[in-house]
Design a protein around this ligand. Structure first.
Ligand code: IMP
Ligand code: MG
Length: 171
């Protein structure tokens, strides 16, 4: 596996995190609690960096989900780890590593809206809009990337390379 090509540097990632955080800070203000939901496993690094730039009181929880195509074309959402936090009436921000087809987040968003949060938004570190199969759009979007498979900064290929400090292309 060749992972020698750097697509996004550590410095670009740092700038992305502060840009996204400042938008979130100005949208939500510093008073009301925000429930941050990191989607395991890929978003653990971004979630850790992002929350340390946020000004409001934060509660962090994690979910682990995967989407797979069942008999019908809409597919199914498998919940491997659910929240331990009640989100009813709360401002909720889902933090994802990368949005590809959008299948996972589209279904997760529908499911969480059923729990009646006060608001529900999506923040992603990286986005591959050219691969989207639905109308899902992140509310906060770090860096748009071309259709390449990337690793590092939490993202893996077959469980590996999550610890790279920059983003590299897998070839
Ligand atoms: P989606 O349902 O197709 O949007 O799936 C998104 C998920 O696929 C992400 O949360 C990642 O776990 C994984 N994924 C998609 N593209 C990449 C990539 O380029 N590198 C690593 N993981 C990826
Ligand atoms: Mg993921």
């Amino acid at each position: 596996m060749d992972t020698s090509t750097v697509m996004i540097s550590e410095e670009q990632i740092r700038n992305m995190v502060t840009d996204v955080a400042s938008k979130i800070n100005s949208d939500y203000g510093s008073e009301e609690e925000l429930i941050v939901i990191g989607i395991l496993t890929g978003s653990y690094v971004f979630t850790a960096d992002l929350v340390r730039e946020l000004n409001m009181p934060i509660t962090i929880d994690f979910m682990q989900v995967s989407s797979y195509e069942g008999q019908n074309s809409t597919g199914l959402l498998k919940i491997k780890k659910d929240l331990g936090t009640d989100i009813e009436g709360k401002n909720v921000l889902i933090v994802e590593d990368i949005i590809d087809t959008g299948n996972t987040l589209k279904k997760l968003k529908e499911m969480l809206l059923g729990r009646n949060p006060k608001s529900l938004k999506i923040c992603t570190a990286f986005d591959k809009p050219s691969r989207r199969v639905n109308d899902l759009k992140p509310d906060y979007n770090g860096i748009v990337i071309p259709d390449e498979f990337i690793v590092g900064y939490g993202l893996d290929y077959d469980g590996k390379y999550r610890n790279f400090k920059d983003i590299r292309i897998v070839r």
